[in-house]
Design a binder for this molecule. Structure first.
Ligand SMILES: [Zn+2]
Length: 68
């Protein structure tokens, strides 16, 4: 099935999106977000989640295609 679904990785970071909403991201997605932000010269406030906080990454991934 092609489409998009929520990333199944465990979130390790929180960040504030440009819409000023707090979101969660896994290690890979956080790295991607930060390098994209750097390219646009945008600053994204972020930090590590405390140990014991169980969250799923809120980013979407493509299904049926290449993994990012
Ligand atoms: Zn993710």
């Amino acid at each position: 099935m092609k489409g998009r679904k929520q990333c199944e990785s465990k979130a390790m970071y929180w960040f504030i999106s440009p819409g000023l909403k707090k979101q969660h991201a896994c290690k890979n997605h956080m790295r991607g977000l930060l390098s994209a932000a750097r390219g646009k010269e945008v600053e994204i406030p972020f930090g590590e989640l405390e140990a014991g906080v169980k969250r799923r990454c809120g980013k979407m991934v493509k299904v049926g295609g290449r993994n990012e």
